[in-house]
Design a protein around this ligand. Structure first.
Ligand code: ADP
Ligand code: MG
Length: 679
């Protein structure tokens, strides 16, 4: 029998049960072996009856004093009672409506009882309907599997044990010996046996470590390889550093963090190895300036840069910013998006191919086949997580291994950054430009709407501007209705005489651009918007951000929205409106009021939502992990990453015989990644 055999042929399974296993996503014996317990119950840590913790599951080893007596309850059900003792303490056992369990309890026999101890009406200790096992089979750490209707723990355990018996002796080791001894990892057979059926808590720990390591190691290898970093030389040496020259022309002094990030990138780009660097910084930390400096350098070294933004609004905004940065220089900047007229597109493409454009800014339109460069040396992508890795590398392929700079608007917890970005080097902008004041954040109920409107009007009267982000619509609803109606209502009533604007996702790009233009010129005073303003928009005169139905947004999204204000010299306020009472929502809103630190918020978000939801699986395009946990397995992640790097150094394509099974594992793990993935 082969390990990839259909599960129905495994001893103890059969056709009917196989269907139930299928519901859990298990089709083969191999998949069953990788179906790790979701928890464990430590039945081996037997406690004396007198010391048993009240109200918590525990295991007690005790002898039956007398055969259970049967009583009929008022409801017509039967229950069985007896007393057990461990020689020191006494405990009542009460079993409801289960004559088989009761019949097991022969007088004088010893058993392991697993359950919660409670205190009965006369002060005596008792367990209600405990799980009961014989001493020989019971005193161990027991796995707890995820189940589905019709499938019991016992059946799963049985099937797993049969699979272990049959396959562990011939299991092919997947990690080379050198790696196992370097990182002190147990072998695969031992790990498999003990993850399902731990012989002790130490054995379980070893098994877990090995399996987590392997999973993260394979993941890292896959990321590193599929991201194309194995191509190691680049023709794009950006030899001379003109950063200081560029800084001189700026209206402000760059922060130390910005300078540091620039010099790190400049050093990368002076080598003939493609740079792969992530610039992480909280909203408003000034990532765009870092990008601009590198573009300047590249252009002064007679090479081209491309800058890809996730939305048209952002592309146009970056175009404007860059245009301003380079106004007094000879650097030529152009923008290319889906709505650029065809004739204009043609001209731009020609100029790009001829090398007349130094910096092209755009959306996905940049990655089309007919966009060609003369000498593309630097590729910048903004708001990274919105692009699949595929799109990023498609742009990079247009040059001769150009340098890449990734700018992340969402501060990502370090663990997650390591996961998603594999071996990108990271520069962190941990400093905000001087003079920024923290954004005061309040969470209020909708009863206070009138006061909120008052507060906004007061600031509009002082010449400032503000945003009102519309209630996020539930799935299936259209986002138009609330946004359109709400803005009309505000214009007619609460903000009569003020200039109210509207921005939503269904507008044409040119209309959106017009609205943003009017807002940034101050022609629109209050912008009612759906989340399209979420990332990147920069209007320093806007000082109030009101978010309706704030409980419907994720923490990181709220933080991004809030980051639209507090960008200039004025004190800014964020008001979260929510009537939600549930604890999760309250915790989220409180976190927002307590801190403006994006990294703290991202950590909190990860804790509350779990990594799977953090970006949405489709966006980060990572395969699903079975055992590793990004919050808690940081230590192992570091060594897995180190191991992956070193193995690729000696065997770039994983062709050596000792690495063949690793290669197979990588392919298998990544075969589960869909369209947005890393193929
Ligand atoms: P983000 O990191 O969120 O993309 P931006 O690059 O949009 O931030 O910068 C936010 C604002 O701060 C912009 O208006 C920009 O001109 C300004 N800014 C950037 N760097 C500095 C600096 N060193 N001193 C003062 N203002 C700066
Ligand atoms: Mg930005």
């Amino acid at each position: 029998m082969d390990i990839n055999t259909n599960i129905q042929y495994l001893k103890g399974v059969g056709g009917k049960r196989a269907e139930l296993f299928n519901k859990l996503g298990i089709y083969t014996v191999d998949a069953l072996l990788h179906f790790y317990p979701r928890a464990y119950e430590d039945w081996s840590a037997v406690v004396p009856i007198k010391e048993a913790p009240i109200g918590e599951n525990c295991s007690v080893r005790a002898r039956v004093s007398y055969e259970p007596t049967k009583t009929r309850s008022k409801g017509g059900m039967f229950y069985y009672t007896t007393t057990v003792t461990d020689g020191v303490g006494l405990m009542n056992i009460i079993i409801f409506n289960n004559k088989y369990a009761a019949a097991k309890l022969q007088e004088g026999e010893e058993f392991i009882f697993w359950g919660k101890v409670s205190i009965g009406s006369r002060g005596e200790r008792q367990m209600l309907s405990p799980l009961i096992e014989t001493v020989t089979t019971g005193e161990r750490i027991r796995p707890v599997y995820k189940l589905t209707q019709g499938l019991t723990q016992k059946v799963v355990e049985n099937a797993v044990n049969n699979a272990l018996k049959e396959f562990v002796p011939t299991l092919e080791e997947t990690l080379p010996k050198t790696i196992r001894s370097k990182y002190k990892l147990c072998n695969l057979g031992y790990a498999m046996s003990n993850i399902h059926n731990p012989s002790s808590s130490e054995a379980l720990k070893l098994a877990r470590e090995r399996l987590i390591f392997e999973e993260l190691f394979i993941l890292q290898l896959g990321l590193m390889r599929l991201k194309g970093r194995e191509k190691r030389t680049s023709a794009c040496v950006v030899a001379n550093d003109f950063s200081e020259e560029f800084y001189k022309g700026l209206p402000f002094t760059p922060t130390n963090a910005q300078k540091r990030a620039v010099s790190e990138a400049v050093a990368d780009m002076q080598k003939n190895v493609p740079m792969a660097r992530l610039v992480q910084g909280d909203v408003g930390s000034g990532k765009t300036l870092v990008a601009a400096t590198l573009v300047y350098n590249t252009a002064k070294n007679n090479m081209q840069s491309a800058f890809m933004a996730p939305t048209e609004i952002l592309a146009l905004q970056h175009f404007k910013t860059m245009h301003k940065f380079f106004e007094d220089s000879d650097i030529k900047v152009e923008v290319l998006t889906g709505s650029t007229p065809a004739s204009r597109k043609k001209e731009i493409k020609k100029a790009l191919a001829d090398g007349e454009i130094d910096l092209i800014i755009g959306t996905h339109a940049l990655i089309q086949d007919d966009v060609l460069f003369k000498s593309l040396a630097l590729v910048i992508t903004d708001e990274q997580h919105r692009f699949g890795v595929k799109q990023r590398s498609a742009l990079a392929e247009k040059g001769n291994n150009p340098h890449t700079l990734v700018m992340s608007a969402t501060p990502i917890p370090r663990t997650l950054a390591l996961m998603i970005y594999g071996d990108l080097d990271v520069s962190v902008l941990d400093e905000l430009p001087p003079g920024r004041q923290p954004i005061e954040t309040y969470s209020v109920t909708s009863k206070l709407h009138d006061r909120v409107y008052n507060y906004i009007r007061k600031h509009l009267d002082e010449g400032r501007q503000g945003y009102i982000v519309c209630p996020l619509v539930e799935e299936g609803e259209t986002e138009l209705i609330p946004a359109v109606e709400y803005s009309e209502q505000l214009q007619k009533k609460e903000f009569r005489g003020y200039r109210v604007g509207l921005l939503h996702g269904k507008m044409k790009p040119s209309e959106k651009e017009q609205v943003m233009q009017e807002f940034s010129e101050g022609k629109i005073q209050i912008l009612v918007s759906t989340t399209v303003v979420e990332v990147g928009v920069d209007v320093p005169n806007a000082v109030i951000m009101v978010i309706e139905n704030a409980e419907r947004f994720g923490l990181s999204q709220l933080h991004q929205l809030r980051g639209r204000v507090g960008r200039g010299k004025y004190k800014s306020t964020c008001i979260l409106i929510s009537d939600a009472q549930n604890e999760q929502a309250r915790t989220r809103l409180k976190a927002m009021c307590d801190t403006c630190d994006g990294f703290k918020i991202a950590d909190e978000d990860l804790k509350l939502r779990g990594p799977g939801d953090f970006f949405g699986a489709r966006q980060h395009g990572l395969p699903e992990l079975k055992i590793a946990d990004m919050l808690n397995d940081m230590q192992i992640l570091n060594s897995a990453q180190q191991a992956a790097k070193s193995i690729l150094k000696s065997d770039e394509k994983l062709e050596k015989s000792e690495n063949i099974s690793i290669k197979k594992s990588v392919e298998k793990l990544f075969s589960t990644v869909g369209e947005a993935g890393l193929n």
